[in-house]
Design a protein around this ligand. Structure first.
Ligand code: AOF
Ligand code: ZN
Length: 367
């Protein structure tokens, strides 16, 4: 029971890193001695100390003989920082309770093994589901070589996104758009298509000045990360004049062939294999994971949405429904050609349903 309380606190601390740790996972750590919390820490940014180090620093001498609760197995490798398992040993920690093992092949059980070999009492698995939920993206990338893909859709009550004329702006409310900002801010990258960029000229950035007002903790200016903007541009239609090219942060153009225009240094062209003269989505996702993209937030039109669903690569649908009917002739939510049997149609499970302003937000996972 006590163990659960301390682990719950470690999970809460880990949560504070959701906007900043990518490509690293969110990790929290609590150090307890004589039933009292003597140290707390969470991982803030890649390259900076891990959760355990912050907690040990706060605990100082009091860590000696204590228990460390960590939401992820302490690392055993020299990455950007030295191994946490060594630091826990050096501080005289006697017991380590981890919520789960670290699937990173550089760690993968070795952190806990090392502690055990040194005589520390170790266990893992306490509140594992909660710990998994913290790091869907990191865990999926480490386990499969694919990022965690979240597809955002916005539609009217009858599942339409625009009038036949294309008139579409603001079907959903400002509250829904603000909610989208949170998802953008938590993702490693935002994916869109050249069709969407050509139609709407979006900037695909996080508006931190709006978001900061909603957040419990204010982020410091050096933490105002912009997710990488990834645009599928099979026919090289994006130009240096498009709005998203000139925003803070990087833009990656996923293309079949690079062009030789003069691009700002923040723009990278990725050359990808073709399927039917279009960028192969599966290859793109694998390349993004290799580039340490944990979570990919997709904001695109019906074509890309349909292609991702048909490729079976979507992990979560986030659907905003506005209380409005657009009627016949309006455009559909996603293009899914060639479906003739109910048995072949993609189906989902609702995992969360809530109101956002006047709209409804549905989160679904594939069945
Ligand atoms: C921990 N505690 O708080 C975190 C861990 O390059 P580095 O040194 O930052 O190492 C990154 C890897 O360390 C990361 O891929 C993951 O396996 C682990 N993250 N481990 O013991 C932490 N953030
Ligand atoms: Zn570590």
């Amino acid at each position: 029971m006590r163990d659960e309380l301390f682990m719950a606190r470690a999970l809460e601390l880990a949560q504070r890193g959701v906007y900043t740790t990518t490509p690293n996972p969110n990790v929290g750590c609590v150090i307890v001695r004589n039933d009292e919390i003597v140290g707390e820490g969470w991982h803030q940014r890649a390259g900076e100390p891990h959760a355990e180090i912050h907690a040990l620093l706060m605990a100082g001498e009091r860590a000696h003989g204590g228990t460390a609760y960590v939401t992820l197995e302490p690392c055993s490798h020299f990455g950007r920082t030295p191994p946490c398992s060594d630091a826990l040993l050096a501080a005289g920690i006697r017991r380590v309770v981890a919520a789960m093992q670290d699937p990173n092949p550089q760690v993968a059980g070795r952190g806990l093994y090392r502690l055990k070999q040194a005589g520390v009492e170790v266990s893992h698995g306490l509140m594992m589901l909660e710990a998994e939920r913290l790091n869907h993206g990191f865990l999926k990338r480490m386990r499969t070589g694919f990022p965690w893909v979240q597809l955002k859709l916005g539609a009217s009550l009858d599942g339409h996104t625009a009038m036949a004329s294309g008139e579409s702006q603001w079907i959903t409310s400002w509250q829904a758009r603000r909610d989208v900002q949170h998802f953008r801010a938590m993702s490693s990258a935002i994916l869109s298509s050249s069709a969407t960029v050509l139609a709407d000229d979006p900037s695909l950035t996080v508006r931190w000045q709006d978001l900061n007002a909603d957040l419990q903790q204010q982020l410091t200016p050096d933490n105002l990360r912009q997710p990488v903007r990834v645009v599928i541009d099979s026919q090289n239609r994006i130009t240096p004049q498009h709005r998203l090219i000139n925003q803070p942060g990087e833009t990656w153009l996923a293309r079949l062939n690079e062009d030789d225009r003069r691009w700002p240094a923040s723009v990278h062209q990725l050359s990808l294999p073709a399927v039917n003269q279009r960028v192969d989505i599966v290859s793109l996702l694998m390349l993004l994971a290799k580039q340490q993209i944990n979570t990919l937030w997709v904001e695109a039109g019906a074509m890309l949405a349909g292609a991702l669903l048909q490729a079976g690569v979507v992990d979560e649908l986030i659907v905003y429904l506005a209380p409005r009917l657009l009627g016949n002739g309006a455009r559909g939510l996603c293009e899914l050609p060639g479906l003739s049997h109910l048995a072949d149609t993609p189906d989902f499970i609702f995992s969360d349903v809530r109101r956002v302003g006047p709209d409804v937000r549905l989160i679904l996972t594939p069945h």
